[in-house]
Design a protein around this ligand. Structure first.
Ligand code: SF4
Length: 492
């Protein structure tokens, strides 16, 4: 992986590995079908149907994670960053009603979900627990094209050939490609490169990104990420109702937002447009929010995380940061910086995202972002670590203090299991993001305000510990809904 912009993707809920990844895989297979059919014949040939087999974790929790919808719309030519949640729903509804879809938006084929989408709950492929097998058939019944894809977490997808090539890489492969000025492999090298260059982590990431895009493009992309995050918080705070799925979980963010807003009684609210966190808090003075309760800021942070994760659970637009299940932590901590931190500005938002991105790249390279491999420590734990590092940078922390903050953020999430009830990204996921955000702020404050960068466990060691813990973790705690809260929530 080369760029922080591969880590922060704009997508849709509820899951990066089970929704965003499968949608991209289905899109790629559908596109390849169309291209190969034209190359093979020089003219259109018939592709009668596509069969999709879901393995392992994808099969076990795919219904709750909307993997079925993702496959349908991906085959129909939709991509998560370019398709609105409304179009996704319309496309799925039409395919279900007619039993047909437009492959890659071009060729009508049969897609009868009861036959063509196969859930292999007791089978896994050796490469990865999130595997998909696609087969396209001609009218004659002959298999025209087949491939396997692996959704490895955070919306990353590899075909069989890409997987073999990427994951057979040499242990010395850098986190970012050799073609950049700072091809670091781990936190130790990152810090050493910063020392030699007398530069911040943010500056090194900026230098690496400049090999791929202009300064203006980097800034615009970072602005876009914050804007999607901020809009998601706004939407989540005013969207009430029940979340999709069998649990009938009520949304909590609007009620909390309403209570917290009332504490800011001195503000003039001119229209309903003003009743959004971005408007309300954007114009407030940080001190005004804590006059009656010194911990009110913490309540706002919890609200931000709840708002994003409720939007995610409802299939809304979110930034995968670095996964969807943990999509609320970085926006919540960044919103804490924006709304409550004295002197917060656009440059600080960029610094936060670049620093958090650098830390995320280390986890992606040296462990995994997949809950099917690492449990929830690979989602909520990594997001907490990234957010802690990002906030530490905005607080003026040194590179060593940033590394310390990121390390603390993970150290106290080690062993966190993934056990979503009913396979839905709702309980414990939504509330867990509030805890991750609070821990991240605590970690940044410990490292920057009360530490000097020296500490016992390095970030590299804690990343390796997370990886080993993930390997040792029983399968039932790795996004299968076969253990933990997923089987113990009913009070008999
Ligand atoms: S428990 Fe954690 S890892 Fe599992 S689905 Fe929920 S947020 Fe994701």
């Amino acid at each position: 992986m080369n760029s922080i912009f591969e880590l922060f993707k704009i997508g849709v809920g509820p899951s990066s590995s089970h929704t965003v990844g499968p949608m991209i895989a289905a899109f790629r297979f559908g596109k390849e079908c169309i291209e190969k059919s034209q190359v093979a014949t020089g003219a259109d040939v018939s592709i009668a149907r596509v069969e999709v087999q879901l393995y392992g974790s994808l099969a076990l929790t795919g219904v709750g994670h909307a993997t079925d919808n993702a496959i349908v719309v991906g085959l129909a030519g939709c991509l998560p960053d370019r398709t609105s949640p409304e179009v996704i729903q319309t496309t799925v509804d039409a395919a279900r009603k007619t039993g047909r879809l437009l492959l890659n938006g071009q060729r009508e084929i049969q897609f009868d979900e009861s036959n063509d989408l196969v859930w292999l709950r007791n089978e896994t492929l050796p490469q990865h627990p999130n595997a998909i097998q696609f087969k396209a058939f001609r009218d004659s019944g002959e298999c025209f094209l087949e491939d396997q894809y692996f959704s490895t977490g955070g919306g990353f997808v590899y075909s069989r050939e890409e997987f073999d090539r990427n994951f057979a890489k040499s242990p010395s492969a850098p986190v970012v490609g050799d073609s950049v000025p700072y091809p670091f492999r781990n936190a130790k090298e990152l810090l050493q490169m910063c020392r030699v260059a007398h530069a911040s982590i943010e500056s090194l990431i900026q230098a690496n990104e400049l090999t791929r895009r202009s300064e203006l493009e980097i800034a615009s992309q970072l602005d876009l990420l914050w804007s999607v995050m901020s809009n998601c918080i706004d939407r989540g705070c005013v969207s009430s109702g029940i979340l999709p799925g069998s649990l009938k979980v009520p949304r909590r963010a609007p009620g909390i937002f309403s209570k917290l807003s009332r504490q800011i009684g001195s503000f003039e609210l001119n229209s309903s447009q003003d009743m959004l966190p971005s408007k309300l808090l954007g114009e407030s003075k940080p001190g005004a929010l804590t006059q009656s309760d010194p911990l009110a800021q913490l309540d706002w942070v919890s609200l931000f995380a709840l708002a994003v994760n409720e939007e995610n659970a409802a299939g809304g637009r979110v930034v995968t940061a670095p996964t969807n299940g943990a999509a609320g932590i970085i926006p919540a901590v960044l919103a804490y910086y924006v709304y409550f931190y004295p002197g917060a500005n656009r440059q600080g938002i960029h610094r936060f995202l670049k620093t958090a991105g650098a830390i995320g790249l280390l986890y992606k390279r040296n462990a995994s972002l997949s809950a099917a491999e690492m449990g929830c420590q690979g989602e909520v734990g990594v997001a907490c670590s990234m957010a802690a590092g990002g906030l530490a940078a905005c607080m003026g922390g040194s590179n060593e203090q940033i590394e310390n903050a990121a390390e603390i953020g993970m150290e106290h999430n080690l062993g966190l299991t993934c056990d979503p009830i009913a396979g839905l990204v709702q309980v414990p996921c939504i509330e867990r993001n509030t805890m991750g955000a609070a821990k991240a702020i605590n970690a940044a404050r410990l490292a920057v305000l009360y530490g000097d960068g020296h500490h016992f466990v390095s970030l590299d060691r804690v990343i390796e510990t997370m990886r080993q813990t993930g390997v040792d973790m029983q399968l039932k705690y790795k996004e299968t809904s076969l253990g933990g809260l997923a089987v113990n929530f009913v009070d008999c």
